[in-house]
Design a protein around this ligand. Structure first.
Ligand code: B12
Length: 302
């Protein structure tokens, strides 16, 4: 049996790539040694070597090589034909190829190539599709793998930061209509999941609303000053952890006393069992309902 370091040296494949292929495609299943370290068999090594050769000699992508592998033994001369068949199967899943490619480049911490793939996605699809069906699902996958210990915190941070930059760029490009209410968007202190907040902020920006995006882990105490200074009319909050609700509910009540006109909109899995004090502000995760919210809360207010 061989450690990941040894396999990486033998095959000249970075350890991070081996782990990524393993979690993404389940092509090898190393057993765990006493300290929890991965141990690879000769069969695993042959599989990894085969994938590498296909990529280098037949110029196929990793996803194509894995697909080939799963087809069983193939005559050398029919590889091209089989790849064509593969391309047909991909046709039905337009986003997946880009997702795989971006995922691998992010795990590899490759800034340039990751941006290139995102540029390509924007060239091919509407930006809403890119955010909802490519960028957020890639980050979701990385979050899951980080939790399982299959990618490092550094890889997860790198990816979140890079994709956040693309979100922010969009925020700058979309027009702002000053007659629409101004928003602050935040996750309270202790809450680090903010992809849902980003998606809802993008929705509001598309409508032309100005969104001051405060993002994750925002202390609530300092916000009164900001609400007054920037004449904020809408506060959008995202929460995953239900333990943060009590503090948030108290803060919302205080805000309402001070600014009775303020509109609250809340979302995220943390609100599933929230108290009746705030349940009327909670919005579900579906865009059609967000449209409804916009019509009833915002259009009426202007
Ligand atoms: C990605 C992820 C992460 C990433 C977050 C990256 C980021 N920048 O956001 C990272 C890796 C940092 C992370 C860390 C942690 N995570 Co995490 N993570 C996830 C994962 C895999 C996906 C969450 C996600 O982004 N979903 C995609 C978004 C788009 O979905 P969403 O948030 O539900 O949003 C939708 C709706 O809810 C709604 N919505 C959301 N917000 C808002 C706001 C408004 C105003 C509106 C209208 C709508 C709305 O619209 C969205 C679109 O449909 C989930 C697993 C899961 N099954 O959910 C765990 C999960 C959320 N994590 C969890 C936990 C516990 C953690 C950690 C605390 C610890 C850990 N697991 O080791 C740490 C936190 C670290 C910290 N310092 O606090 C738990 C949460 C359990 C709980 N109820 O509290 C989950 C469920 C995993 C699990 N199975 O236990 N995580």
């Amino acid at each position: 049996m061989y450690s990941i370091k040894k396999v990486s040296e033998m095959l000249s494949i970075p350890a991070v790539t081996i782990r990524a292929w393993e979690t993404r495609y389940q092509i090898v299943a190393p057993i765990r040694g006493a300290g929890g370290h991965r141990l690879y068999s000769d069969t695993d090594i042959n599989t990894l070597k085969w994938i590498k050769i296909q990529m280098e000699e037949n110029k196929v992508k990793v996803s194509e090589a894995v697909w080939l592998l799963k087809q069983g033994p193939i005559e050398e001369q029919s590889i091209e034909e089989t790849i064509e068949k593969f391309a047909m199967t991909q046709f039905r899943k337009p986003y997946e190829d880009l997702m795989d490619k971006l995922y691998e480049q992010l795990v590899d911490l490759n800034t340039f190539q990751s941006h290139e793939t995102i540029d390509l996605a924007f060239a091919l699809y509407h930006y809403d599709e890119v955010f909802h069906h490519i960028l957020v699902p890639v980050l979701y996958r990385m979050g899951e793998e980080w939790e399982r210990g299959d990618i490092t915190a550094a890889q997860e941070h790198f990816s979140t930061q890079l994709i956040m930059q693309r979100f922010t760029q969009f925020f700058r490009i979309l027009p702002i209509y000053s007659y629409l209410p101004k928003v602050i968007a935040l996750c309270p202190e202790g809450e680090h999941h903010h992809m849902g907040l980003m998606l809802f902020s993008l929705f509001m920006r598309k409508k032309g609303m100005e969104v001051i995006y405060l993002g994750p882990n925002t202390p609530l105490n300092d916000l009164y000053q900001l609400i007054e200074m920037k004449q904020i009319s809408v506060v959008a909050v995202s929460v995953t952890d239900p333990e943060l609700l009590e503090t948030l509910e108290n803060w919302i009540e205080e805000c309402q006393e001070q600014y009775p006109e303020l509109i609250f909109v809340l979302g995220g899995t943390g609100f599933q069992h929230c108290s009746s004090r705030i349940s009327s502000y909670v919005q579900p995760d579906d865009q059609k309902q967000w449209e409804q919210w916009y019509k009833t809360e915002i259009e009426i207010a202007i």
